[in-house]
Design a protein around this ligand. Structure first.
Ligand SMILES: [Cu+2]
Length: 385
């Protein structure tokens, strides 16, 4: 609210200043010898030099930005294909910076060189085929190369060998959380559909499907290092996007269809935390937090917890009011730790059975409807057997 008021005050102030300058201009009418609206040589010179001033501003701000904020980039990729994505990105940056550095100098230099002069008339210049060929063919060739390399990289990254030994995991998106379903010992996900969603069966697994019997649903994603993980994405409601920035992976989650993305993590969470750039990053964040904590404590509020790094799965499609907080922790384990973590997880089938077997105290409270509900549940349990 305060910021809105500040903005309104600033806008009103700007309007007032503008009106004042108009009044000032009116008071000057007739007092100066040169009241014509036509630019003089002096005006043109000033505009010409301002062009150079603006050019300097662009370059200085770009270089300043690179030094000041350059360390905020994601840094070392945590997946096997990540280096290729970064390479593509870096080539694009180098091209953009080179072209922009050259064209900005030319644009501003010529604006200065051909600034207006008293008595000078512009030359009528229809076209120049050679020039036009140069500035059409060079960008076309460079862009075609970049796009072909991009397509090649994309096909490489998206290729999943059917015979390869992958870990199949489903990422299930809904407003506003993520769930992960592990395919179990058979490494095949059971059928699923929103129509099967009921009670403990939160992601709609078809409990009668033989492949679904060993499926496990969790809210924290664990994956083993050094193994290709094949993610199958589904969405319950609207478009979401599974974004795992440290792994350079992103795929839309579309209601009514299954999309996929596979990658191989190359650092466990513990290893990634130990990388020098990450140690430095976390130290910086914690220095900021310590400062903020001191302020909070002075006000009598509790201090902030120190930050530790974790990989995250984020939603990257604006999907509603709590989109900003739609995230799930990803933990990359050693293969042994991964096995140990997954070992004692209850399957969806068992979770549903356990939920149905709970004492009937709640049923009694519902009254006469409970008999019908109970009947349905019994059908569900029989279907599972
Ligand atoms: Cu979302």
């Amino acid at each position: 609210m305060t910021s809105l008021l500040v903005i309104i005050v600033l806008v009103l102030l700007a309007v007032a200043l503008w009106q004042l300058t108009k009044i000032f201009d009116l008071t000057q009418v007739g007092s100066s010898s040169d009241s014509s609206e036509v630019a003089t040589d002096n005006d043109n010179n000033i505009q010409g030099y301002l062009m150079f001033g603006f050019l300097a501003f662009i370059y200085i701000f770009t270089i300043y930005g690179l030094f000041k904020w350059g360390n905020l980039v994601l840094h070392t990729p945590a997946s096997a294909h990540g280096a290729e994505v970064d390479n593509l990105m870096n080539i694009t940056w180098v091209l953009i910076f080179t072209v922009q550095a050259i064209t900005q100098v030319l644009v501003h230099y010529f604006a200065f060189k051909y600034r207006g002069k008293q008595g000078q008339k512009a030359l009528y210049f229809a076209d120049n085929n050679k020039l036009e060929a140069i500035w059409s063919i060079i960008p076309a060739v460079v862009l075609a190369g970049l796009i072909l390399y991009g397509l090649y990289a994309w096909t490489n990254i998206m290729f999943v060998d059917e015979d390869e030994d992958t870990v199949v995991i489903e990422l299930y998106a809904q407003q506003f959380n993520w769930k992960a379903r592990y395919s179990g010992a058979d490494n095949v996900l059971g059928k699923a559909n929103v129509r099967y969603i009921e009670g403990a069966n939160a992601v709609g697994v078809d409990l009668s499907d033989p492949y679904a019997q060993d499926d496990v649903v969790v809210t924290e994603l664990h994956i083993p290092v050094g193994k290709k993980i094949l993610f199958k994405m589904r969405s319950q409601d609207v478009l979401h996007s599974a974004y795992m920035p440290h792994f350079r992976a992103q795929m839309n989650c579309v209601p009514g269809m299954v999309t996929q993305f596979a990658f191989e993590p190359i650092y466990t969470t513990a290893q990634y935390r130990e990388l020098p750039f990450m140690v430095e990053k976390v130290a910086n964040i914690n220095a900021l937090r310590a400062k903020k904590s001191a302020e909070l404590v002075a006000k009598g509020e509790p201090a902030l917890d120190p930050y530790t790094f974790d990989y995250l799965l984020l939603c990257n499609k604006i999907c509603g009011a709590s989109h900003y907080n739609m995230q799930m922790k990803i933990i990359v384990d050693t293969p042994e730790d991964y096995k140990a973590w997954l070992k004692d997880k209850a399957t969806v089938v068992n979770e549903v059975k356990a939920a149905l077997a709970e004492p009937a105290s709640t049923d009694a409270a519902v009254g006469s409807d409970s008999a019908a509900v109970k009947g349905d549940k019994e059908v569900a349990v029989t279907a599972m057997k």
